[in-house]
Design a binder for this molecule. Structure first.
Ligand code: MRU
Length: 323
């Protein structure tokens, strides 16, 4: 079912409800190939979520809701489907949020379709508000992928950059490659190319030097879960960026829909950080670089204390605190 708000976008919707099944972009194949997968079972959807074929908090929210919708049209046990889906990735609160919303709805299919449409509308509102913090010609540093691919469409932090671009602010983007699985290098760089927004790829460890050289006007990142006190879980490396930004007096914004705010989690200390397979660290693109037998630690996310956040950009506006 096409989303009207995305008709002019060069990037197709990340995930769509196709009547009786789900269609999603296989993000493992980008940037080489834009491949759409047709998903007909909960088990396959869970496997794809864990493997990062679909990822990014808002996209996971839609995937969770569509998973419950799929279970409902197939006459499956909805509670079992919900627990399988929620177990795939623990940190992004949107996944459980989307699952629970569809589970509580009288019509899970209608709810999943609504969540997908609302996501695009919320992101465009985030972009509209966020444009205010992007000065003309701003050099913006971002981390991971928070664009259309991380959502159903448009994007959160990258959506702010996209909106600022469309508003004529002429932003340019420093794209962190985002080890270990390179969402920045593979996905953000690709999206920015599709949108015609100037972008330069850098290794994650260059951020401090860029800031010290006065080359960064602001940093904008997304979030996987924002605790009630404003602490932010996001892709590993976000915390280091926030510390660097504070040291160098660079504004540090978090852009996320209000569905990413988890009022049931009081602070970042209570956020469960996903531990992912060692293989993502010892290999790049399936090629082993580290010696056989070396252990690796792969925390997929970190927690940035609210004190380091200049402002939160949501569909409701810009604020220095949440809640
Ligand atoms: O492991 P990923 O790729 O799902 O991590 C994604 C991020 O950390 C994003 O910054 C976050 O989900 C916000 S996406 C709009």
């Amino acid at each position: 079912m096409p989303l009207p708000l995305l008709e002019d976008s060069p990037i197709p919707p990340t995930i769509e409800w196709m009547g009786g099944h789900i269609r999603l972009i296989d993000q493992r194949r980008l940037p080489e190939d834009l491949v759409l997968l047709e998903v007909h079972s909960i088990e396959k959807l869970c496997e794809l979520i864990f493997a990062l074929a679909i990822r990014g908090a808002p996209a996971l929210g839609a995937a969770g809701a569509m998973g419950v919708a799929l279970a409902s049209v197939q006459g499956r046990d909805l509670a079992e489907a919900a627990s399988l889906l929620k177990a795939t990735r623990p940190t992004a609160v949107n996944l459980a949020w989307g699952v629970d919303r569809a589970l509580a709805a009288a019509d899970p299919v209608a709810e999943a379709v609504r969540i997908a449409a609302d996501d695009v509308a919320a992101n465009q509102a985030i972009g509209g508000h966020g444009t205010a913090v992007v000065p003309d010609g701003a050099r913006v540093l971002t981390h991971c992928n928070t664009g259309s691919l991380a959502c159903v469409g448009w994007g959160t932090a990258l959506g702010v950059i996209r909106s600022a671009h469309e508003a004529g602010r002429q932003p340019s983007v420093w794209v962190d490659e985002t080890r270990p699985v390179l969402q920045g290098a593979r996905l953000t760089a690709w999206e920015l190319q599709q949108l015609g927004i100037p972008a330069t790829l850098v290794v994650d460890s260059m951020a401090g030097s860029l800031m010290a050289a006065g080359e960064v006007d602001l940093a904008i990142v997304g979030a996987d879960r924002i605790a009630a006190n404003g602490d932010v879980a996001n892709k590993i490396g976000t915390y280091s960026l926030a510390v660097l930004a504070r040291y160098h007096d660079v504004p540090f914004y978090v852009a996320a829909p209000t569905s990413t705010i988890d009022s049931a989690t009081p602070s970042g200390a209570r956020i469960v950080v996903e531990l992912r397979p060692d293989a993502e660290v010892v290999e790049i693109g399936g090629v082993r670089l580290a010696p056989e037998g070396v252990p690796a630690q792969n925390w997929a996310f970190d927690v940035t204390p609210t004190d380091l956040v200049t402002g939160y950009i949501t569909e409701e506006g810009i604020s220095t605190s949440v809640g």
